[in-house]
Design a protein around this ligand. Sequence first.
Ligand SMILES: Cc1cc2nc3c(=O)[nH]c(=O)nc-3n(C[C@H](O)[C@H](O)[C@H](O)COP(=O)(O)OP(=O)(O)OC[C@H]3O[C@@H](n4cnc5c(N)ncnc54)[C@H](O)[C@@H]3O)c2cc1C
Length: 109
Amino acid sequence: MDGIRGVELTPGPQATSDSDIEAFIRAKCGTSYHSAGTCRMGADDAAVVDTDARVKAVSGMRIVDGSIMPHVVTGNLNAPIMMMAEKTADRIKGRSLAPADAGYYRSPA
Ligand SMILES: Cc1cc2nc3c(=O)[nH]c(=O)nc-3n(C[C@H](O)[C@H](O)[C@H](O)COP(=O)(O)OP(=O)(O)OC[C@H]3O[C@@H](n4cnc5c(N)ncnc54)[C@H](O)[C@@H]3O)c2cc1C
């Protein structure tokens, strides 16, 4: 690749230290309007909501929005957030849909 890749564009060859890179991230990082994961779901102590979207530190409250995503998904957020809301509504009602067997693309490992 060295012969065809050209010079590093961002953050650029002048950024050589951790603090250079941190400064670049602080200056350039953004959400692209797809904020997620600030109250993440999980079974570990650091998670804010449990696997049924219940806020662990507050009784009787659930969060169902992009903030509970444990990881940022590899696509836009609207559809998975709607899916999470449908799924949690089913959990609240005590019902669950049968698993679907629709095909999907899985990238080769
Ligand atoms: C400009 C823009 C473009 C986008 N384009 C796309 C796209 O093309 N495709 C895609 O998949 N995603 C897109 N997204 C991302 C997607 O829209 C969001 O990730 C998603 O809507 C977030 O859903 P949410 O339920 O987490 O939050 P929101 O949709 O923000 O819902 C939060 C709701 O809570 C309400 N609320 C806030 N505070 C209170 C309060 N105190 N009391 C009561 N209600 C309150 C708000 O009014 C709002 O209705 C875009 C986002 C933006 C901003």
